[in-house]
Design a protein around this ligand. Structure first.
Ligand code: C2E
Ligand code: CA
Ligand code: CA
Length: 405
């Protein structure tokens, strides 16, 4: 290690800090790449992550003088900026009191996070390397999640989000009766990012609220355009996915009504898709909001029905009008008798409760025919059409001939 202009230079392969040593400082990586290694109780060394420019290493020593929890080694030649505990404390003392307090809390919680596994196991014990490894993985995930949330925010601002629309088919006539709007994010460098990955990040960061409003507005506008191109005015619906946090937001209804009136789409042509989980986590909030939505004429669909909670009593409690049979049951229906019976039961339940049923994930003619025979009203899936951009939906609707089933 050498010091140039107050920067510490570590050559590739050099150890920057060693597990077990008492740490006196942290480093900000200005240039280069390091790896974080943890020696386990069995003597094996596990690589738990890497860090690059703009990240910090050894920061826990700024909070206390416990031994280093990992070894950090330069993978490339590295330029590091040292932050000593003394320096850090001095800076902290001269900071705004609110910043001081928040920094202390964050730092303490941060150590807690890394030692959580050990604390749960036996309060007061110091974490084993295995606990720390778990902690580091959590920390890496947390960093990735924060990064992705920031990127998602930028994506919204830069217009990197788009919507695909998947037709929903009336199984008795083969006609397209509506669409489900599905969000897409094409990242400029990473390319396609699955909604299964970015939706939870958007939910946790609260960004989903803005994203849902955007999706509702865009899909309503798209419905209008699809209708006017195809001459099928007022005959098709748009189903939009919502998350729990959308319902927790006080202004949810105001925004909803505003968007409907601005886009001139009748409430009866919009369906809100929500999951069972949402109803379980937001019981009171959801009930009032959903009742007002139903009164206004909106459709309420339960998405992924059958995968959430076993209690069916909530079906009476909420103003639901559609059950969407989860695709996992549909997928297994042909080979698995239980799955088939489950689908049958959900459809029967729908009939008994005067609800519409839509089967998801229909991938071939046999599944479509089975569902029709079971009395399922509608279906969506790759067999009929994949989710596609609005530009393709226009043509599809104009030339629609349902595949045979
Ligand atoms: P979901 O609401 O259950 O949406 C249906 C998913 O099944 C979509 O995945 C769709 O592309 C896929 N799918 C449709 N037909 C078939 C088929 O025949 N076979 C198979 N294997 N899959 C089929 P996608 O677009 O990846 O979305 C995944 C999930 O992300 C959605 O599941 C939904 O929970 C969430 N999501 C997507 N867009 C939004 C949104 O705008 N808001 C919210 N809150 N969630 C969204
Ligand atoms: Ca859905
Ligand atoms: Ca679903």
């Amino acid at each position: 290690m050498e010091t140039i202009n107050s920067q510490k230079i570590f050559r590739a392969g050099e150890v920057i800090m060693r597990q077990g040593d008492i740490g006196e400082c942290a480093y900000v990586i200005d240039d280069g790449q390091v790896e974080i290694l943890i020696e386990k109780t069995n003597g094996l060394v596990q690589r738990v992550g890497t860090r690059g420019p703009g990240t910090i290493i050894g920061e826990m020593s700024l909070v206390d003088d416990e031994p280093r929890t990992a070894t950090v080694k330069a993978v490339q030649d590295c330029k590091l900026i040292e932050i000593s505990r003394g320096d850090f404390n001095r800076r902290l003392k001269s900071a705004d009191p609110v910043i001081q307090m928040i920094s202390q809390i964050i730092l303490t919680r941060y150590r807690d996070m890394l030692t959580r596994a050990a604390i749960f196991k036996d309060p007061g014990t110091f974490p084993t390397p295995e606990d720390l490894e778990r902690g580091f993985v959590e920390q890496t995930n947390a960093i990735e999640t924060i990064k992705m949330a920031n990127e998602f925010k930028t994506a919204m601002e830069k217009g990197e989000l788009s919507l695909n629309y998947q037709p929903i088919i009336d199984l008795s006539t083969g006609r397209i009766e509506g669409f489900e709007a599905l969000m897409r994010w094409i990242h400029p460098e990473k390319g396609f990012i699955s909604p299964g990955v970015f939706i939870p990040v958007a939910e946790d960061s609260g960004l989903i609220i803005e994203a849902s409003r955007w999706a509702l507005r865009e899909s309503c506008k798209a419905l209008k355009r699809i209708e006017s191109h195809s001459g099928k005015d007022g005959k098709m619906f748009m189903s939009v996915n919502f998350s729990s946090s959308d319902f927790a937001e006080e202004s949810f209804l105001d925004h909803l009504y505003t968007i409907l009136s601005e886009t001139d789409v009748p409430a009866t042509q919009v369906h809100l898709e929500i999951t069972e989980r949402l109803l379980m986590t937001q019981p009171d909030n959801a009930k009032d909001t959903l009742s007002l939505c139903r009164k206004a004429g909106l459709g309420i669909s339960i998405d992924d029905f059958g995968t959430g909670y076993s209690s069916l009593s909530y079906l009476h409690y909420y103003p639901i009008d559609t059950l969407k049979v989860d695709q996992s049951f549909v997928r297994n229906m042909k080979k698995d008798k239980t799955a088939k019976e489950l689908v049958k039961s959900i459809i029967a339940l729908g009939h008994n409760m005067n609800m519409h049923t839509i089967a998801e994930g229909v991938e071939d003619a046999e599944e479509a025919a089975m569902l029709r025979e079971m009395g399922c009203a509608s279906a969506q899936g790759y067999y009929f059409a994949k989710p596609m951009p609005e530009s393709d939906i226009g043509k599809l609707v104009m030339n629609w001939v349902a595949p045979a089933f």
